[in-house]
Each structure stands twice: as structure tokens, then as C-alpha cells.
Design a protein around this ligand. Structure first.
Ligand SMILES: CC(C)(COP(=O)(O)OP(=O)(O)OC[C@H]1O[C@@H](n2cnc3c(N)ncnc32)[C@H](O)[C@@H]1O)[C@@H](O)C(=O)NCCC(=O)NCCS
Ligand SMILES: Nc1ncnc2c1ncn2[C@@H]1O[C@H](COP(=O)(O)OP(=O)(O)OP(=O)(O)O)[C@@H](O)[C@H]1O
Length: 291
């Protein structure tokens, strides 16, 4: 995808980012998370709030796309999008009445929107993820919050969380989740099952600070083991694997914990997949497209 100006770039990318957030919320069932069926481990959240929150972020992603248009990773870029990201967090809290719905998603999708907007021509998802990682490695000198859940968990358990995932170029997205999604589609799974399979692989592998701060290391290890069991049983498209989802849900609820970080990374996967699809369709010469 490349655009004639910053505005059309920002608008196009923000539409794809918000669509990915809505698709993540819509995926049902999702163990421990808000979906169409219930609110998982979140008593202050529901499906409608997730959708209102996702839509409230349209201008945030648009503004990030505009600010990053044709810009290379730099300290200046990092700080200008951090400002927009923080403003987006404020909007999200206003839209949800104070509940955290999409903090991790604003961070990850914001960086990726900035990365794509910075490219002067169509490029690979690998390059996009690496470029986003480079932006994330600059220190935001205006960051004010120091005792967030993420920081506290990082200090206590030594895990890198959302910051590390982005700074390393989204390894769980690029090396785990995207290949699982594509392979599941190739095996003929329905889109819903393919996305659920992707989420389960993320839960099995990601050091999710949402789970850690609610339930500690026990909760994280138990959730990862439950997800791993589903994979070992053949995945969500087998009867045994499908039944394993109940066990994963029970495990998460017993710790009052939800895999919010994995859910955010699923939204990232859906976003990158839609960017890739747009890029490939743009390769078809217009003369061959019949409407
Ligand atoms: C770096 C961030 C994530 C702050 O982290 P924080 O310490 O507040 O952590 P906290 O645990 O409270 O939230 C992190 C969020 O990440 C998600 N998450 C948790 N674990 C993981 C993981 N392993 N991988 C990816 N995401 C994860 C969760 O859903 C959670 O909501 C970010 O919110 C931030 O710095 N925002 C400031 C604005 C900014 O710089 N924006 C950049 C441009 S958009
Ligand atoms: N479908 C979803 N359901 C619930 N959470 C999600 C979903 N998708 C993504 N998330 C992520 O999970 C995070 C919510 O996790 P959590 O409730 O643990 O955070 P918190 O509100 O900061 O902490 P706490 O309420 O425990 O003090 C959100 O920041 C959001 O990014």
C-alpha cells in the first residue's frame, strides 16, 4: 500500500487497525476474555464496551499514521507518536468509563501503523515488524507513569511484557501466530477456528503480564500448560482439543485472570494479515479486475 498523502495513509491504516480490534472482540469463544458470549474474567467489561472502545481509537491511529508518514524510526518520531498514544489511552478510558480495554493494543498497533506509514513503498511484514521494533527501542522521555501493572510485574518476575515484545520486532506474532493462522487456513479450518487456534498458540507461549499481575507465576504457568494441552490434543478443531478449552477457561477464571496480552497480539496478527492481503491485491493489475 502506498498513498498519495499523509491523510489518506492515516485514514486507511486506522480503518484496518480498528477493524482488527473489532474482529478480535468478535471472536467467540475466547477463554477468560470478553467475547460475544460473556466477559470472561472481567467484571467491569462487556462486548459492547470493547466495540465502543475500538471505535473511539479511530482518530488515534489516523493521527499516528499522519505523524509517521514517510518518517524513519527516530527519537522524534517515538516521542510524537507516544504523545498521540497517551491521548488515545485517555480517550479509551473516557469511552469505557475508566476501564482498560485496549491499552496494550494501542501500543502495539500504534507502533505498527507508524512503521507502515513510514515506508515509501510496499514492503514485507518482517520489515514492518522490525521497523516498529526500532521505533519502540527509542526511550520516550516524556513517559510519566512508572508504577503501572506492566512495570510492577516486570520488576517482580523479570519478564519483558508488551514493551519487550514490540522492541524485539513482535517475535510471537511473526514466528508463532502468523504461521499458525496461515497453516490452519491451509488445513481448511473455518476462519473462526483458525483464529482461535492462533490465540491458543499465543496463550501457550506469551509471558502475558495481564495474567501475571492478577494471578502471579502460578496462573501464567497453569494457563500456558492448559493451552499447550489443547495443542497436543490436535488443536481446537479436534473434539479433545475443543473440550480442552473448558479446562483453560476454568484455569483462568480460578485465578481471576485473562490473557489480555495474547488477545492484543491476536489483533496485531489480524491487522498485519489484512495489510498483507491489501498489498497482494494491489499487485493485481487494474486491467484484470472486473467489478
Ligand atoms: C509500553 C506500554 C504497553 C505500557 O505498559 P505498562 O507498563 O503500562 O503495562 P501494562 O501491563 O499496564 O499494560 C500493557 C498491556 O500490554 C498487553 N500485554 C501484556 N503482556 C503482553 C505481552 N507479553 N506481549 C504483548 N502485549 C502484552 C496487555 O494487554 C496490557 O494491557 C504502553 O502502554 C505505553 O508505554 N504507552 C505510552 C504511550 C506510547 O508510548 N505509545 C506508543 C505509540 S502508540
Ligand atoms: N477481548 C478482550 N477481553 C479482555 N481484555 C482484552 C481483550 N482484548 C485485549 N485485551 C487486553 O487486556 C487488557 C486488560 O487486562 P487487565 O484487566 O488485566 O488490565 P487492567 O485493567 O490494567 O488491570 P486490573 O483490572 O487487573 O487492575 C487490556 O489492556 C487489553 O489490551
Amino acid at each position: 500500500m502506498h498513498w498519495k498523502d499523509a491523510e489518506s495513509c492515516g485514514k486507511a491504516l486506522s480503518e484496518l487497525a480498528v477493524k482488527a480490534l473489532i474482529e478480535e472482540a468478535e471472536l467467540t469463544p475466547k477463554p477468560g476474555l470478553v467475547d460475544r458470549k460473556d466477559s470472561g474474567a472481567h467484571n467491569d467489561l462487556n462486548f459492547e464496551k470493547m466495540i465502543v472502545s475500538a471505535n473511539s481509537l479511530k482518530s488515534t491511529f489516523r493521527d499516528i499514521g499522519i505523524a509517521a508518514f514517510l518518517k524513519k524510526p527516530s527519537q522524534e518520531l517515538r516521542e510524537s507518536i507516544a504523545e498521540i498514544g497517551r491521548h488515545g489511552e485517555k480517550k479509551m478510558f473516557e469511552a469505557t468509563g475508566g476501564t482498560n480495554t485496549h491499552k496494550g493494543a494501542i501500543w502495539a498497533l500504534g507502533l505498527l501503523v507508524a512503521s507502515i506509514a513510514g515506508q515509501s513503498q510496499r514492503t514485507s511484514l518482517e520489515r514492518i515488524a522490525n521497523f516498529a521494533g526500532e521505533i519502540a527501542c527509542f526511550i520516550d522521555r516524556k513517559a510519566t507513569q512508572t508504577s503501572t501493572n506492566g512495570y510492577n510485574v516486570q520488576k517482580r518476575f523479570g519478564v519483558q511484557g508488551a514493551r519487550g515484545e514490540a522492541q524485539q520486532g513482535f517475535p510471537h506474532v511473526m514466528e508463532v501466530a502468523l504461521p499458525v493462522l496461515r497453516e490452519a487456513r491451509e488445513r481448511g479450518l473455518t476462519e473462526t477456528l483458525a483464529r482461535l487456534e492462533t490465540l491458543i498458540h499465543l496463550i501457550a507461549r506469551v509471558d502475558d503480564t495481564c495474567i501475571l499481575h492478577r494471578g502471579g507465576m502460578d496462573a501464567l504457568t497453569s494457563a500456558q500448560k492448559s493451552a499447550e494441552t489443547i495443542i497436543r490434543l490436535g488443536g481446537v478443531s479436534t473434539l479433545e482439543g475443543w473440550r480442552g478449552l473448558d479446562q483453560l477457561e476454568k484455569t483462568l477464571l480460578s485465578y481471576n485472570a485473562s490473557p489480555g496480552g495474547s488477545a492484543d497480539l491476536l489483533a496485531v496478527v489480524l491487522f498485519l494479515d489484512s495489510v498483507d492481503a491489501k498489498n497482494s491485491s494491489a499487485l493485481i493489475p487494474e486491467s484484470l479486475i472486473t467489478v
